[in-house]
Ligand binder design. Structure first.
Ligand SMILES: Nc1ncnc2c1ncn2[C@@H]1O[C@H](COP(=O)(O)OP(=O)(O)OP(=O)(O)O)[C@@H](O)[C@H]1O
Ligand SMILES: O=C(O)[C@H](O)[C@@H](O)[C@H](O)[C@H](O)CO
Length: 190
């Protein structure tokens, strides 16, 4: 991963296409999507949607049993999340969703065209360690980490993207995300 100062994002493709009120926090398992997403929503006074809560029982059981989801498994899940995003976009919404492939992100953008993405990039060893240390508290097994990295299509160069180093302290990530949203909401007002 690129070496950067602790207080800087890795990069962003912000204004003018970036929206201010509908954001997906994306990344592989263990990148911190739920932690950062929930805290960011709280900070913004927006709705938080936990993407994992929308997986079907079958998807849930499949992952728990150690089998990675396929594109087909993720189809109706992404549709449901897209509808939720559209429903709450006016009020302000943060969704935690792996959104690993470009096609998945496009599917979400079909519901909210100027959707923003915050990509939490994490190293494989760190992700594995974080997921393993959650243990029985979480359904997702560390054995699936490699499959998450195999599926990941990094969103470099996609519009409305903030790329953060997930290994920075939580407070720094929140500050970077909030500052970016603030900056882009001004760009929208201008
Ligand atoms: N910036 C951070 N620094 C250190 N630990 C973190 C950071 N962000 C999250 N964590 C920790 O990493 C673990 C995974 O975080 P979290 O559950 O939010 O990830 P996730 O991407 O939502 O994972 P999953 O998709 O599997 O639910 C948690 O124990 C969390 O406390
Ligand atoms: O697309 C996927 O493979 C899934 O969304 C996974 O990323 C898990 O749901 C999540 O990481 C576990 O919490």
């Amino acid at each position: 991963m690129q070496k950067i100062a602790l207080s800087s994002p890795v990069g962003d493709t912000g204004a003018p296409d970036c929206p201010s009120r509908a954001v997906v926090v994306m990344g592989v398992s263990g990148s911190g999507k739920s932690t950062v997403g929930e805290r960011l929503a709280l900070r913004q006074g927006w709705i938080f949607i936990e993407g994992d809560a929308f997986h079907s029982k079958q998807n849930h059981a499949k992952m728990q049993a150690g089998t990675p989801l396929t594109d087909e498994d993720r189809e109706s899940w992404l549709e449901a999340l897209g509808r939720e995003l559209a429903r709450h976009a006016a009020a302000g919404v943060v969704l935690s969703c792996s959104a690993l492939k470009r096609a998945y992100r496009q599917r979400l953008r079909a519901h909210v065209p100027d959707l923003a993405f915050i990509w939490l990039e994490v190293g494989r060893d760190e992700a594995r360690q974080r997921v393993a240390s959650r243990g029985e508290r979480h359904f997702f097994p560390a054995a699936l980490i490699d499959s998450q990295f195999a599926a990941l299509e990094p969103p470099h160069d996609e519009a409305g993207l903030l790329h953060l180093d997930s290994e920075h302290p939580l407070e720094a990530l929140l500050a970077q995300a909030a500052e970016w949203l603030q900056r882009n909401s001004h760009a929208h007002d201008a």
